[in-house]
Ligand binder design. Sequence first.
Ligand code: SAH
Length: 372
Amino acid sequence: MNPLEREIRALIETQGPLSVSRYMALCLAHPEYGYYVTRDPFGAGGDFTTAPEISQMFGELAGIWCAEVWRRMGSPSRVALVEAGPGRGTLMKDALRAAKVLPGFLDAIELHLVETSPLLQERQREALHGVVPSIAWHGEVSTLPDDAPLIVIGNEFIDALPVDQFEKKAGRWHERKIGLGADGGFAFGLDPAPLLNFERELPERLTPAPDGAIFERRKLAPLAPMLARIAAHGGAALFVDYGHAESGFGDTLQAVQGHDYAEPLESPGEADLTSQVDFEALTKLATGAVRAFGPVSQRKFLCELGIEARTEILQRHATPAMRDEIGTALTRLTGPAPGMGELFKALAFAHRALAALPGFDGARVSGGASRT
Ligand code: SAH
């Protein structure tokens, strides 16, 4: 039994079964034993590979996106460039290199990284050494600057935010909890107290829900301070993640270890624990002066930003082996399953002053008030 397992067991014995979000938060971010606190999980030798680790093109296009948004904002002399959950810092390093194409952008930015893990903060410091004059790290979003426009980027950040789960049984909704099973290990169960009026929170087309339906609700609170700042000072935020465009039912909690699926309730803190992003729920955060664009597929987003042309340019200067590698990366990023082109989606929020966003041509625009 690992130390985190012992600690969670003691919590359950004294406080009763834990919510799924509490369990997930402990597994990922426990200050001593949390998954991201104890390791660098990325790449071939780690547990999983993210888009910026597959190819430099992903971060480069993200950088072009940020620079172009800045231009469309009227090229303000000061802007906070924020990355939520920067991992190894690879995306930002590639983004800043590519963003040089727009004169003035790099001089205008102040770089802010939102990262809970001290170990990954160190990785980010190494990756970005000498690239920008200064970097400010934030353990949480509440300390982000509140006196400048914001451009935010977050790849695979939201899937790591904890979710709660709810299940309908015998006509009533109950919260799913994690307690101790008959064999002594962790097990899912239902809180006996039914939840009143839970169904009102669901999109109307999902009601009445069938028995056995499971609904996941994510703790999206970390996004609120970013959107409030965009509403107040202008700017935009881009989130890319895996998930579904419309809310639906299902248990999507997933543990991944060594590039393979693992059991979410086994060896807590040793596997990555995520669940699919409900993009419809995300769009509902767009209120007041902030509108939501998308979601669009990762394929559409990257193609519109010119990933195919970028592939050709990189291939032109590459050895034959590298040429193949670059082509494979393009397929992984934009192709259908097992590629990331469809399952992964991009969603952006922007201040109403921005009428259109790169990568979101023809995308659905939702939320926000028509006037203040
Ligand atoms: N964007 C990177 C890493 C994705 S993994 C990439 O694409 O490679 C998720 C990242 O979010 C990690 O850096 C993790 O430490 C960080 N993270 C997870 N939950 C967080 C939270 N609540 N606040 C800040 N960072 C968080």
